[in-house]
Ligand binder design. Structure first.
Ligand SMILES: C[S@@+](CC[C@H](N)C(=O)[O-])C[C@H]1O[C@@H](n2cnc3c(N)ncnc32)[C@H](O)[C@@H]1O
Length: 445
């Protein structure tokens, strides 16, 4: 399962796309009121008014969070909800700024990554401001981009970096635009100079009139959507747990509908990792996809144009109409096959041959980032039909490719590791046959 996604719009206007996780999908078995106090104008934003603090339901959290973070201002408040900028200029050797509630700031400050020196030193080492594997250079028609400086193989590590600024989604719903601008700018100001410069050098897509707008446009043009990673505890289903996050070096990568690299966020280290998803030659541009690539050319172009405001010029978007029609037909068939393979009703038409076809369609479409999903479908389908050896072959391929894309904690990688270890003990063993033959029902009778 993907834990982060590149997006352009702020959450309240973004339609966030996620890739297609396989194993856990197998079904077997606005904006609110803006009634705000000014940024830190309220006595409740300061610890200097003990009477007000005693009467304030979140005073205790605010004081505790302020004690745990080197910087804990400015803040903005909406009724009983409050959000502040929590900055640690020493985090991972280059600093971080997080816009969130006092309660979540406490939880984050107490997490292992902020307390275990071994974890923080490890991130410090990973943080890639320079690398022998890539360099930043101008790419015609795209601004700056990342170029491979050596040949890379599928699965090769390209870079890992910790975040500059992380914005709790709730902030977007609860604070005014003016407050958001002020808080974002403060988070960037609190970064150490080198890191701040890397952030401010990023593309704003178009002209920015002042510093606050520049910071805001950098965030809009370069943020990743960190989703469902368990970074913070959700108290109920309505609560957001996503963070809008900038990783400056990684944000230099331009879009391609058939990219040669992919990224994954590790919540235990607050680090985003990038790996090659196919062989990349020295001198080639390193690219990622900003959108779900399993869409027809027209839908991809619309999505990039509407959300990102640039015309897609990648080879899959600019090939002639005959190749485009053939590619779109493959995409349509991929979508249809996935539907069948996900269906565990006795009347599903899914077979191992269908899964084989899915694998070859992903290959023809050069969907290297998604290929492990097709391998996962194939492994489950073969196992469901009682062929443990072909199931193991595809499980191993899924692990190999899935590690580069989703990492070791990806749900499909975990599922395939368990299948490869013992296909006969895996939940999918003979499942398709059992369903078709209604074996479970006979046993129950
Ligand atoms: C995250 S930034 C990528 C790095 C950026 N090119 C730079 O100069 O820092 C995203 C912006 O890069 C440009 N961009 C990315 N991929 C592109 C592509 N395939 N074609 C044209 N422009 C692209 C667009 O301006 C987009 O808003």
């Amino acid at each position: 399962m993907r834990s982060s996604r590149f997006i352009l719009c702020y959450p309240y206007v973004a339609a966030v796309l996620a890739k297609d996780p396989v194993a856990h999908l197998v079904d077997y078995g606005a904006a609110k009121s803006q009634d705000l106090l000014g940024v830190c104008e309220s006595p409740l934003c300061s610890n200097e008014h003990p009477v007000a603090i005693l009467e304030d339901p979140i005073a205790e959290d605010r004081a505790q969070a302020a004690a745990l973070w080197p910087h804990a201002t400015p803040c903005a408040r909406n009724g009983t909800k409050e959000f502040c900028v929590y900055s640690d200029p020493e985090f991972a050797g280059r600093g971080i700024g997080i816009l969130t509630s006092p309660e979540r700031a406490i939880e984050i400050a107490k997490s292992k990554v902020f307390n275990d020196p071994e974890v923080s030193e490890a991130i410090d080492e990973l943080n890639a401001e320079e690398s022998p594997r890539w360099m930043v250079a101008e790419v015609p028609g795209k601004g700056m981009g990342l170029i491979a400086t050596q040949n890379l193989e599928m699965g090769d590590h390209i870079m890992s970096t910790s975040a500059s600024v992380m914005i709790d989604y709730s902030v977007f719903y609860e604070v005014t635009e003016a407050q958001l601008l002020e808080m974002q700018a403060a988070a960037v100001e609190n970064l150490p100079k080198r890191h701040r410069t890397a952030f401010l050098n990023l593309s704003t897509h178009d002209h920015a009139e002042n510093y606050q707008t520049q910071v805001s446009k950098v965030i809009l043009t370069n943020a990743f959507d960190i989703q469902d990673t368990g970074l913070v505890t959700k108290k109920n289903d309505d609560e957001e747990e996503n963070f809008y996050t900038v990783f400056p070096e990684i944000s230099r990568m331009n879009h391609d509908c058939r990219p040669n690299a992919d990224y994954q966020f590790d919540p235990e280290t607050y680090t985003q990792h990038v790996h090659a998803v196919r062989r990349i030659a020295a001198g080639e541009e390193i690219t990622i996809s900003y959108i779900d690539p399993i869409q027809t050319q027209k839908d991809r172009l619309n999505r990039l144009n509407n959300s990102w405001h640039f015309p897609c010029s990648c080879s899959a978007c600019t090939q002639n109409k005959h190749f485009t029609a053939a590619s779109d037909a493959r995409i349509q068939q991929i979508l249809e096959l996935r539907k069948q393979l996900r269906n565990w009703d006795p009347y599903s038409q899914a077979t191992p041959s269908m899964a084989e076809l899915l694998v070859s369609l992903y290959e023809e479409e050069r969907l290297w980032s998604n290929l492990y999903e097709a391998y996962t479908y194939a492994a489950i389908e073969y196992n469901g039909a009682g062929d443990p050896w072909m199931a193991t072959k595809y499980a191993r391929l899924a692990i190999h490719h899935g590690l580069a894309v989703g990492g070791p904690k990806d749900s499909d990688v975990i599922e395939m590791t368990s299948l490869a270890k013992d296909p006969w003990e895996h939940w999918s063993w003979m499942l398709r046959t059992k369903k078709r033959m209604n074996w479970g029902a006979k046993v129950d009778e």
